[in-house]
Design a protein around this ligand. Structure first.
Ligand code: 5CA
Length: 441
């Protein structure tokens, strides 16, 4: 993409309303724009990041055996009356009446809708287990939307719903999502820690929040330092095998959000030097709630003995849009964002130091074309801004690589290549710069 033709409304100064670094940087880099309180447009740069996050989430859901679908944002009130949650949800639910005076709502979550679909379509235990997910916008009329898209009113969530014949089966489905979450967050360049958590309005008695440690996090959390050093299971993890040893390994060490924190246990189980008390961002939350929805909504299948049984269910959420902010909280410096390679909106910032100069233009065009042909996304600054301003903007945007091309270097047959995160710079021929980037991709 040529910057001269792009839509990138960057801000020179810090926006006053932004209290935390991710919100400030998302506004300054022109990733998002507020439309009304807690409701944002995703401008082209932000949209690219959102799509990349979504794709990684999708790949790991698919790998774990979940099946993608898409449910609507607007739901009928009736199914929420069936489950008993219509009144309970209170003011956080945005209620709408259509032209026929039918009560509708903008979905804050989808347990009811998926249970209705499942009960009408699946009649036999032979069609179990299943895990269905979608990536769809949600609306929660939060009292205090804040920190930009971190706590929005409209936000993008991946939500999966598992259906099993037995509690044992449901726990296996839960474990699959547990492992998929560890893998997903690691691929996004984040260190996530699963923590025992409260179930809130979703219900049930088993749940884990996946937390990223960050000073600006909304939750107070407590854990054993050993958990921070752990790596997620590899790509070769066998989702058909018994995953409980992995789960035990992760849940065997103390980790709890404030609501579940038990000081006595914390002190008894964790040595004083390993006790971490920190702020965290909740990027995912998984629940096992058994028959909480299947019983009142009559979601039953015929078991092997011909008897009807209510299915055992769980739900599994990831804050896809929140992740864009969480990644920035975890990865930035004083000059701007440091995008981890897998979610960077573009891999390379190509900086033309003298647009209009024949040789510089030609060298840039050549690199731009070659990188593009090699499948590398390049943001090419072909504008006639001053060099200083170009450097500042590209540092702010935080693309993993910069290639700086100017007439002086070209006289020696060289361009400069810079790794944004480490600041490491090196001069080399354009050909070597190309190779270096393609080889590390
Ligand atoms: N039905 C369940 C799981 S599918 C559910 O709704 N879980 S949840 O309430 O915990 O939300 C799942 C994830 O969505 C959270 O972990 C969080 O990352 C994200 N999320 C929740 N509320 C917001 C919000 N107001 N703004 C941005 N992200 C949010």
């Amino acid at each position: 993409m040529r910057l001269s033709q792009y839509f990138l409304p960057t801000l020179r100064d810090d926006p006053k309303e932004a209290e935390i670094v991710s919100h400030r940087l998302m506004l300054r880099t022109g990733m998002i724009r507020q439309s009304s309180a807690g409701i944002y447009s995703w401008l082209p740069l932000g949209h690219r990041v959102l799509r990349k996050i979504e794709q990684i989430v999708r790949e790991e859901q698919d790998r774990a055996g979940a099946i993608e679908m898409l449910m609507p944002t607007i739901q009928p009130a009736d199914i929420w009356r069936e489950s008993g949650r219509y009144e309970d949800y209170g003011k956080e639910m945005l209620r709408i009446t259509d032209r026929h005076e039918r009560e509708m709502l903008y979905g804050p979550t989808n347990e009811e809708l998926i249970t209705e679909i499942f009960r009408d379509s699946v009649k036999s235990y032979r069609d179990l287990p299943r895990n269905l997910y979608h990536i769809q916008w949600k609306f929660r009329d939060e009292i205090r939307p804040r920190f930009g898209i971190m706590r929005g009113r409209e936000f993008l969530m991946k939500d999966a719903y598992s259906f099993d014949l037995t509690e044992k089966g449901a726990r296996e489905s839960y474990n699959k999502m547990f492992v998929a979450y560890l893998r997903t967050f690691e691929r996004l360049g984040l260190k996530s820690i699963p923590m025992a958590a409260d179930t809130g309005p979703i219900g049930g008695d088993l749940s884990h929040e996946f937390i990223i440690l960050a000073e600006t996090g909304e939750s107070q959390v407590y854990c054993d330092r050993e958990l921070i050093e752990r790596s997620a299971p590899g790509e070769d993890v066998d989702y058909n095998a018994d995953l409980s040893p992995i789960i035990q390994d992760w849940t065997g060490k103390y980790a709890a959000t404030e609501e579940k924190h038990d000081l006595k246990r914390f002190e008894a189980e964790v040595s004083s030097e390993n006790r971490v008390s920190a702020r965290g961002i909740e990027v995912g939350h998984i629940f096992y709630f058994g028959t909480k929805y299947s019983v009142p909504m009559n979601c039953k299948v015929q078991g092997p003995d011909g008897q009807l049984v209510a299915v055992h269910c769980g739900s599994y959420g990831i804050g896809v849009s929140r992740l864009a902010a969480a990644i920035i909280e975890a990865s930035h410096d004083d000059d701007g964002i440091l995008w981890p390679d897998p979610v960077a909106p573009y891999q390379v910032a190509l900086i033309n130091l003298k647009a209009g100069d024949k040789e510089t233009d030609a060298a840039c065009e050549d690199l731009y074309a070659k990188l593009g042909n090699a499948g590398i996304d390049v943001l090419y600054d072909d504008t006639d801004e001053r060099a200083g301003a170009k450097f500042a903007t590209m540092d702010l945007l935080g693309l993993p690589w910069q290639i700086i091309v100017g007439p002086r270097g070209l006289k020696q047959g060289e361009v400069e290549i810079k790794r944004r995160a480490s600041g490491e710079r090196q001069s080399m021929t354009p050909e070597s710069a190309f190779k270096r980037i393609v080889d590390t991709d």
